[in-house]
Write a protein that binds this ligand. Sequence first.
Ligand SMILES: Cc1cc2nc3c(=O)[nH]c(=O)nc-3n(C[C@H](O)[C@H](O)[C@H](O)COP(=O)(O)OP(=O)(O)OC[C@H]3O[C@@H](n4cnc5c(N)ncnc54)[C@H](O)[C@@H]3O)c2cc1C
Length: 410
Amino acid sequence: MAAAAPLVIVGAGQAGGRAALTLRAEGYRGAILLLGEEPDPPYERPPLSKGFLTGERSLASFTFATTEALAEAGIDFRPGCRVLAIDRPAKQLRLADGGAIAYAKLLLATGRAARPLPGAQADEPRIFCLRTRADADQLRAALRPGARLAILGGGFIGLEVAASAMALGCAVTVIELAPALLSRCVPAPLAAILAARHQAAGVRILLGTGLQAVMATEQGLSLDLGGGRRLEADALLVGIGAVPRAELAVAAGLATDQGILVDARLQTSDPDIFAAGDVCALPDPSGNGHVRLEAWQNADRQGALAARNLLGAGLSYVELPWFWSDQYELTLQIAGWPARAARTVTRAIAADACILFHLDEQGRVLGAGGVGPAGLGRDLRLAQLMIERAARPDPAAVADPTRGLKTLLR
Ligand SMILES: Cc1cc2nc3c(=O)[nH]c(=O)nc-3n(C[C@H](O)[C@H](O)[C@H](O)COP(=O)(O)OP(=O)(O)OC[C@H]3O[C@@H](n4cnc5c(N)ncnc54)[C@H](O)[C@@H]3O)c2cc1C
C-alpha cells in the first residue's frame, strides 16, 4: 500500500514553523513536510532590524525551531527548497529543483517580500532591503561607524534600522514622502514622540521628500531628491513596505486580493489548502471585507491555529491584533481596532510616554496604543485587558496619569 500523502507546509517562517511544531504537539503522527526557500530553520524576524543588526543578538538566540528540534519531532524540514507551483487537481507541488511532492493538505505560509525600489539596479550592492537573515547580514556589513546611511521610508523597518544604525555610529538620513513619519498605521501623537527621539539621537529626517533617482559612483550613491536637492550616501536601505507572496495561490486559481483570501478558519477557497501569517487576508470582524494583520504575534498564532484546523478542529481565528516596535529605549505597542473608534482619550504620561485609548460610541475600549520607555509595557498590557473585557472606563480617569489603570478595568 502506498504511504499516505503528508501534510505539507510551504514557507518555514513564523507561521510555517509554528504550524509544524503545533501539528506534533497536537499529537499528529503522520508525515509532515516543511519546505522553506531560505537556508535557515524557522527564526523570528523582529530582531533582524534591532539586536541582530547591532550585533547584540545571535541568530541562534531567535531561532525558534532548530534543525535538531525539527528532526527530533520527526518533521521533514527541507531548507533551500523553493516551491514553484501547486497542481491542485493532482494535489502536488512542483519544486524549483525539478522534483514534485504530493500533499494530503497544504498550508501556505509564504509571508511577504520587501517592496523593491522601482527602477533600481538589482545588482547594486549598496542598495539594501530587509526581510531575511541574509539581508540583515549584508546590511550589517555596510553599517560601519561613520558610514552615511540613507533610508527610504519612515515606517517601522526604516525607523528601527535608523535607531540600530545610530547605535553603530552611522550618520543616518530618513527620506519620507508623507508629511509625517509612520503615518500609515500609527496615531500622530505617538509617531511624534518617536520622531522627536530620532531627532534627538541625530537622525536627519526629510519629510515630504521623494527619491527621484539613484546614481551609483565609485565614491558612493548620489540620491536625487528632486528640486535640485541631492544626498550623498554610502548605503541606501529601501523600507517602502512589503507585498504578500501570494504568487503560488494566484497561479493555482485560489481566491486572492492583495493576499490569499481565507475564512475565519484560515481555509482558502480550496478546502484542502489553508493559509496563515502575513500572506493571508482574513474576514474583518466588522464585516467589511478582509484584513491582513502583518505582525509577529498574528503569524505565530495563525500558524498554530492553521495546524489545528489542518487536523480538522474547525476553529475560528479570534485573536486581538497586537504589534510592537522597539526604537532606542522606547517601545511602541498598538492593540485592537483603533480605526473603528468613535473617540480617542489621551493619557499623556511624560514628554516621551503616552497612551491613547480608542473608544466606541458606548465608551467601550476598542483599541489602545502607546509609546514610552519599557516600563510602559505594564500599562499597555492593562489596556489590552480592557479591550478584551470590553471595559467602559471613565474617560476622565483614563486620561489622568495619576490614576492607576488597574482600578479602571471594569
Ligand atoms: C526586519 C523585520 C522586523 C520586524 N519587526 C517586527 C516587530 O517588531 N513586531 C512585530 O509585531 N512584527 C515585526 N515584523 C513582522 C513579523 O516578523 C512578520 O509579521 C512575520 O515574520 C510573518 O510571518 P510569516 O510566517 O507570515 O512570514 P515570514 O516569516 O516572512 O516567512 C515566510 C517564509 O516563506 C518562504 N517562502 C515564500 N515563498 C516560498 C516558496 N515559494 N517556496 C518556499 N518558501 C517560500 C520565505 O522565504 C520565508 O522564509 C518584522 C519583520 C521584519 C522583516
